[in-house]
Write a protein that binds this ligand. Structure first.
Ligand SMILES: Nc1ncnc2c1ncn2[C@@H]1O[C@H](COP(=O)(O)OP(=O)(O)OP(=O)(O)O)[C@@H](O)[C@H]1O
Ligand SMILES: [Mg+2]
Length: 413
């Protein structure tokens, strides 16, 4: 077996060392290349992740913007609904503080300012029944559905619904009240009912009253034939009594006939301003005055009947003022607002007695000892037969006010 020399051993050793160094180099090269690939992968991953994050962020921001826009749009829509809706809306919180009053509510109730932030009772001091139903729902949580409320003055009738509003915890937070002005509808219903009732009873009662008047005229005639000077002293007052009573009754029956007889109207264009002038100048007024303001126009109507209606109203004002010892100041104001002419007759008298007010247009309703109670019934009949409307109220500053609405024939003059 050949033996190696020292130099051979040394060569072998060097070769082995070099192989080892080479292997170590190779291993570290492989490792380095792996590490650089890993670093590259990590960089790619990070950039992918940051892009995804950025996209998610952008999507979130877009969603936020869309939600804010949607919230703004829905708030705008609800504001538009609240201010555009024709019904009145009042929202009151449980501390009785008004949170929302929409324009329709302010218009219907004639409220000044925007009404928010004040207490309900101070906001609705002139419409107490409305404040009462809202307060009731706030206290009890019981809703009110389509209730008709009667108010003093105008509007005289409201259709009201009140709903309780509970928070997420179920505790009552507020009351929401929606209402509409029913005044015109109810007045129209009443006028229609009246027209029908008048047509129904008119003919029958007019026939009866006519007979009655004939009988009265006969009694009155005989009583006039009796010469008191030829009667024993004791009987003379009876004859006077018969004469007075029959003539007073005759007047009642004549008035009633005017009221009940279904009269055919002779329609011609009538200047209402002139009618008011004539009615005013025909009336016996010693002190005080009747003034005419505004614009009047022509209506298609029966001049005699219209003058009688205006005259009855003016006479009532004068009589009411005289009874209260007040110098009458009567203002007849015309407002020609096509297609209607509105006339108001206001006085400075004592006003219409509250208990009589709801009934004054009914026949035989009177508070005057000498009255027949037919004056206003005739007025109403005349106005209704001209397709008009009439309403009465007491003015807040005192005195009575009658408001008439008639269809205009032409435009105002
Ligand atoms: N301007 C007014 N001021 C106060 N009260 C009034 C006024 N107009 C009418 N009234 C009230 O209405 C009632 C009815 O009036 P209406 O004209 O129908 O009858 P009258 O005046 O009593 O009697 P008549 O007119 O038949 O002689 C009156 O009795 C009065 O109480
Ligand atoms: Mg009268």
């Amino acid at each position: 077996m050949p033996t190696l020399t020292i130099a051979g051993y040394a060569l072998l050793g060097i070769t082995a060392i070099m192989v080892l160094v080479l292997m170590a180099l190779l291993v570290s090269l492989v490792r380095m290349s792996r590490m650089s690939r890993h670093a590259k992968d990590t960089r790619v991953e990070t950039s992918v992740m940051s892009a995804a994050l950025q996209e998610a962020l952008m999507r979130l921001k877009a969603q936020e913007r869309a939600m804010a826009a949607r919230a703004e749009a829905s708030e705008q829509l609800s504001n538009q609904i609240i201010s555009g809706v024709g019904a009145g809306l009042i929202v009151v919180d449980r501390e009785d503080v008004v949170q929302i009053v929409n324009p329709a509510a302010r218009r219907i109730l004639g409220l000044p300012g925007d009404g928010r932030g004040v207490t309900l009772t101070s906001l609705l001091s002139s419409s107490t029944p409305l404040a009462e139903v809202i307060t009731n729902t706030l206290r009890t949580g019981v809703p009110v559905a389509r209730r008709k409320l009667r108010l003093e003055g105008r509007p005289s009738h409201l259709g009201v619904s009140v709903s309780p509003l509970a928070g997420p915890d179920g505790v009552l937070q507020a009351a929401v009240c929606l209402f509409t002005d029913l005044t015109e509808v109810i007045e129209l219903e009443e006028q229609l009912r009246l027209k029908e009732a008048l047509a129904g009873v008119g003919e029958l009662t007019a026939g009866l009253a006519h007979e009655f008047r004939n009988g009265l005229a006969t009694i009155h005639g005989y009583a006039r034939l009796l010469d008191p000077s030829r009667l024993p002293e004791a009987y003379r007052p009876y004859v006077d009594g018969i004469r007075q009573e029959t003539s007073a009754l005759g007047e009642v029956v004549t008035n009633f006939l005017n009221f009940a007889r279904p009269e055919p109207l002779s329609l011609v264009p009538v200047d209402l301003g002139a009618v008011v002038e004539r009615a005013a100048s025909d009336l016996p007024i010693e002190t005080g005055r009747i003034e005419r303001t505004g614009t009047f126009g022509e209506v298609l109507g029966d001049e005699v009947l219209l003058r009688q209606a205006i005259s009855n109203l003016l006479r009532n004002s004068i009589e009411a003022c005289a009874a209260a010892g007040i110098e009458p100041l009567i203002r007849v104001h015309g407002a020609a607002e096509p297609p209607h002419l509105r006339i108001s007759i206001e006085d400075n008298g004592p006003g219409i007695p509250a208990d009589a007010l709801p009934r004054i247009f009914k026949p035989f309703v009177t508070t005057r000892a000498q009255g027949t109670g037919l004056g206003l019934a005739i007025v109403q009949k005349v106005i209704v037969s001209h397709n008009g409307r009439i309403a009465a109220s007491n003015r807040p500053e005192g005195g009575a006010e009658f408001r008439i609405q008639l269809p205009l024939a032409t435009t105002a003059r």
